[in-house]
Each structure stands twice: as structure tokens, then as C-alpha cells.
Design a protein around this ligand. Sequence first.
Ligand code: NI
Length: 172
Amino acid sequence: MAAFFFSPTLSLYGSLCSYPARPTSKMARKGVSRFGVSVPRQLLEEFDGRIARMGYDRSKAIQLAMRDFMTEYVWKYEERGLAIGTMTIIYDHEVRGLEETLTSTQHAHRDVTSSALHIHLDERNCLLVIVLRGEVRAIREAAGKLMGKRGIKQLKLTIAILERQGAGKRVN
Ligand code: NI
């Protein structure tokens, strides 16, 4: 982990945007902003390799990543209202106490855990898909109980907001 933080960094600034050094009036009219970002060299190399295969340049890829980030995280920290979704978990069932934690968490948060599907992937690993429905705040709390637990190899939340609190309008 330390390697990540102490890796040499490169600036994305140079080729982040192909605009001239000073904003032109045309650029200002389009509402485009430039910014500099420092990232670990290894991360940048991997990023460049992947986006090249996908046919994106850095500007486009970073815009997509920023939008994904907002979709993914805004609901987790800001949204209030009614939502549906799934929590997909891949875990090692041999880790002591983990299955009990997964079950007790679902019991404790039965107001938002509608149902669950369990598939035994191989000798050790299981896939658990929990269907969620309820207040975003309660879903967030249930997910928070499991995030970072030892033995959970992957935890992915997919949420759609049905009704924003105060808005009274269905968006999905
Ligand atoms: Ni299993």
C-alpha cells in the first residue's frame, strides 16, 4: 500500500486537454475548465493502456470517470428517499464468523433486505446477491456494516432512486 502513496507521480496536465496554455475566449464560452492532477506513474500507465484500447483520450476518459464517480457516490452520501437495488458480494465462506455476520446483518436490516440469492462458486467462494428496497439511508447503513469485513472479496452496490425525499417525483 505504501508503494501506492510513495510512487513517483506524473502530471496529467500536459495532455489532459489539448487546449493552449491560456484559455481562449472560445474555450471560455464553451465552459471548459482545465486542471492538473498528480497520480502514481504506474496507475497512469495502466490507465493510458486501457483507455487507448477503448479508443478514448485522457480528457474523455476522465470526464466519464468523474460522471461514474458522481453516480456511484452521490447517493451514498447525499441522497434521501426511496430506492431499490442489489448488493452483490463475493466472499470466502471459510472465514470464521463471516457467514454469521452476513446473515445477522440481513436480519438486523430486514426492513431493506427483500430477498437473497446464494450460489456456491467453488470450494471456498460464494456469491451472495441481496435485493434491497427502502430508505437510502437504511440501505447505506446496512451496506456499511459489511464493507471492509475480512473475507469479503468484492462488494458492489447498485442503486436506483425511486423517489427523492421532498421531490415527490419518480425518476426511475
Ligand atoms: Ni456458498
